[in-house]
Write a protein that binds this ligand. Sequence first.
Ligand code: ADP
Ligand code: ZN
Length: 613
Amino acid sequence: MENSGKILKRVFGYDEFRPLQKEIIENILKKNDVLVIMPTGGGKSLCYQLPALIFQGLTIVISPLISLMKDQVEQLRELGVDAVFLNSSLAHEEYQRNITRIKSGKVKLLYIAPEGLLRPNMLDFFSSMRVDCLAIDEAHCISEWGHDFRPEYRALSEVRKRLPDAACAALTATATTQVRTDIRNTLELGSAGEFLGSFNRPNLFIRIVPKVNPVNQLLQLVRNYPDQSGIIYCFTRKKVDELYDVLGKEGFSVKPYHAGLPDSDRKQNQELFIRDDVRIIVATIAFGMGINKPDVRFVIHYDLPKNIEGYYQEIGRAGRDGLRSDCTMMFSYADIHKVKYIISQKEEREQRIARIHLSSILQFVESDMCRRKPLLDYFGEKYAGNNCEMCDNCMDDKKDSVDITIPAQKFLSCVKRTGEIFGAGHIIDVLRGSKSKKILKFGHQKVSTYGIGNDLSKKQWFQLSRQFIQKGLMLQDMEFGGLKLTPGAYEVFRGNETIFGVFEETDEPPEVRKKATDLDYDEELFNRLRKKRKELADKSSMPPYIVFSDKSLVEMSAFLPMNHSSMKRIHGVGEVKLEKYGGHFLDIICRYCEENDIDEKQPDIKKKSPEIT
Ligand code: ADP
Ligand code: ZN
């Protein structure tokens, strides 16, 4: 029998397994139950798809969303694997045709929603067949503690009992212990092996920039990614519509997505994005679940995310293909007031939780450590490295060049003298000698710090005050916004500590690397291949990434394969895709090389683009 390593290359076109995949596959093949926890893009699907090709019988995959099923089945069919789905989107005849094919024993993988499996007679039907594996994708849907609980998932324990010979593989990207325990208990997984992958996504560049002039900043940022796909998240529907308008007027290929749009619009916009007919989606967090697009090159948070877990999920939609992708959050303290207002409208219990979430995301934002540390910490994982080389804190030159001790002393003592209950705006008014009613009412024109800060503008003072908070010299009251001093502030008063910072935060966009990989590839050729891919995909009404991933095209335009055998070495080129598409792409490569008088790169000097997962 062909071993799993061979099938990996022949069918899927991959050279090696990613971490844990091999062990998981071996366990499933031995009919051991497994619980797999890996981040988005970690390669969970392969863990049950590959054994399905080796098993004699059927593999049933439980999936919560029609869009996910469709996507996976399309991908498998392109690889030459016999896969079908059964759901309400199918016409009666097609449904029956799929049932007949399942009965005939040809089908290797069946995708179905839990409610479909629980329909009358369905379980009888399947328990009369040979089912070797029951894979439960998005298994966190079982848990009320998870973010998308699906009551139907609870009934899967019944299904399991009816299919005693099937190995059960539960897979999820949700790592919390509560959810894990819930999955184990509900599915009665007992001694099932647990495979917990690292939640680090090394190919995501994480950056937080001060939100100074947001619309301009956004436009500049987005211009860094001509022709590439990206998602912009914002807090409200209104903001989505607004930014959609701005971006559209600037000529960007963009569509909006939020819960206020009619169902059909949302569906259509999502489809346009997936098919590369539209490059950018501006969305609320309603967008993303069920999106399998692997080549999202940037995610921008225009507003503060609700909590760390949400933030992680949202940036996780970038770079599933393992190529470098950028995640940029625009942050301003003013946004916190908006969030606080929203929190204050909630019920008391919810308020408490929302406040905890807010403070942990703030901690993340203000930290000057490697971004991966607090992020992975949240998932109970220690980030071992010191410098990830893929976040702002590890990479950006420290801009803290100016001595700001004196303004710090002025500001902090003004906070002290006014009783540590006022916000930055009032403190700045005192420092700049304003004659506002509020100042007179509190008699603050008489404090010794009144008018000693005229040398700096209001804007500069605001920027400084943010830095004092970031540097841990002051705390901001979560409820009322009042500033309080920390013990560190007293060290500054006493002259024991020198503070460095910047007077002027810039809205210059950060330098962005144009290329998504270190591999030296020909961009002109890449674009031609991409055009061909789009053309082929459109012909069969599929998303382009199902034909070939960006990574495959990048390798083609780096190694310039000119015949079948060198084409076969390219990432993602398995037997069936080679047969089906190889010729189209070889033609383009050969013609290009002839035009430009270049040769194929020798296979033995072929350095693989590093798998970073
Ligand atoms: P998940 O379900 O964990 O989010 P997927 O199964 O969708 O992740 O896989 C993410 C991407 O990684 C897909 O594009 C997939 O083809 C690719 N992939 C999976 N396993 C491998 C491998 N061993 N080598 C190279 N690419 C892989
Ligand atoms: Zn880092």
